[in-house]
Design a protein around this ligand. Structure first.
Ligand code: NDP
Ligand code: MG
Length: 393
């Protein structure tokens, strides 16, 4: 029996992973499940999967979680340090599904075991990609991409033919505002931004999909995961989200992975790897679907992907700024402090101020990431005090 842990089990990816494990109960034993504040769901999941241990990030919820699990012998722990420690507890397969940069240290702790780490949590890859890849090389860990595009590329990437790869094509649904005008987007509300046409996801990534920041972060993620320069990574809008990405080879062949827009497919692929196991998710029915559409990305309306390419060229510090400023700006938008279009404006303003400090070590990365978050908050507060409120102009 393989042992598995899920970091961020109560989130959208975490819940899909739990669902899949419930369909494969005989093959996997659950070691650790973690969450930030959803003690009720964490306890329910741990009970249903008979997990060995649960960790909640918010220490004030330790007693509540303990009493919810009092009838079991499931171990309970709390706090950020406990989450990081739990990621290092032996497991054959660990799902990294925390949202944001908060997942970096847990991912490094998981990688330290030298087993399989399934990575959905893209922000640490964007901000610290070279360090994450190097840590995996050192420990011998296998990184299994779970982000649907990267999992698709992973499935069709011919390691023995890398020199014949002309480009990686990441597909993008275009998000909820694909057909909206700039003026309509300026007035978009958080409710409209999180209403993704194809995927059901957490709030942060849903807003990222609406700004196309998600695709931009994915260009950086792909560059590090597959060791490809930004000019070999293209983005193609494909509104149905059925082709999850492609690799184009020198002989003119495109290899693509297709599937229903359901995260349980890439999660199943990562869980079963190198075998293929049954998914608990939806299956694709091409006859019902009938057609697949494609269009070029409108980079004027959605500049984020071009910004990401510029960050990769400028250096790793710019990638940290890109991610950290975005995380703060997205939260400010969800809190109704800034308008939708201001998200990109804020990120660009912070990028414009960036020097390239040394970010080669973990301490430097964490310190620089924090300083960018503080600067972004200051920038947003200044913007608000100068009367530029909700509307993104
Ligand atoms: P959610 O917001 O739905 O879930 C996040 C999870 O992380 C929850 O379990 C949450 O706990 C926990 N968490 C939140 N903040 C912290 C913290 N500071 N420390 C520790 N744990 C924390 O996110 P998603 O599942 O949508 O996304 C997870 C990651 O996967 C993101 O990086 C996203 O970009 C990526 N991804 C997601 C996809 C999707 O379909 N959702 C697709 C591809 C990639 P609690 O519930 O208690 O708050
Ligand atoms: Mg994706």
């Amino acid at each position: 029996m393989k042992t598995v842990s899920i970091l961020g089990s109560t989130g959208s990816v975490g819940r899909s992973t739990v669902d899949l494990l419930q369909h494969h109960k005989e093959e996997y034993r659950v070691n650790v499940l973690t969450a930030m504040s959803n003690a009720g769901l964490l306890a329910e999941q741990a009970d249903a999967l008979n997990a060995r241990k649960v960790v909640i990030g918010d220490v004030s919820l330790f007693n509540e979680l303990s009493s919810l699990l009092a009838h079991t012998d499931i171990e309970v722990d709390a706090g950020r340090a406990a989450i990081i420690r739990s990621a290092a507890e032996p497991a054959d397969w660990i799902m990294a599904a925390i949202v944001g940069m908060a997942g970096l240290e847990p991912i490094l702790a998981a990688i330290g075991q030298g087993t399989c780490v399934a990575i959905a949590n893209k922000e640490p890859l964007v901000a610290a990609g070279p360090m994450v890849i190097e840590a995996a090389r050192k420990s011998g860990a296998t990184l299994l991409p779970v982000d649907s595009e990267h999992n698709a590329v992973f499935q069709v990437f011919e390691k023995d033919n890398v020199s014949a790869i002309e480009r990686i094509v990441l597909t993008a649904s275009g998000g909820p505002f694909r057909t909206w005008s700039k003026e309509q987007m300026d007035a978009a509300t958080p409710e409209q931004a999180v209403a993704h046409p194809n995927w059901s996801m957490g709030a942060k990534i849903s807003v990222d999909s609406a700004t196309m920041m998600n695709k931009a972060l994915e260009v950086i993620e792909a560059s590090y995961l597959f060791d490809m320069p930004p000019e070999k990574i293209d983005v193609l809008v494909h509104p149905q989200s059925v082709i999850h990405s492609m690799v184009e080879y020198a002989d003119g062949s495109f290899l693509a992975q297709l599937g229903a827009p359901d995260m349980r497919t890439p999660i199943t692929n990562a869980l079963g790897w190198p075998k293929r196991i049954a998914t608990s998710g939806q299956k694709l029915d091409l006859a019902t679907l009938k057609r697949l559409d494609f269009e070029a990305l409108d980079t004027k309306k959605f500049p984020a992907v071009d910004m990401a390419r510029a960050c990769l060229k400028a250096g790793p510090a710019s990638c940290i700024v890109f991610n950290a400023a975005n995380e703060i700006a997205v939260q400010a938008f969800l809190d109704r402090e800034i308008g939708f279009s201001a998200i990109i404006e804020v990120v660009q303003a912070l990028l414009d101020k960036t020097t390239q400090p040394d970010v080669s070590g973990l301490a430097e990365i964490i310190a620089f990431d924090q300083s960018v978050r503080d600067d972004t908050t200051d920038y947003i507060n200044h913007r608000l005090s100068s009367g530029r409120g909700r509307v993104g102009s």
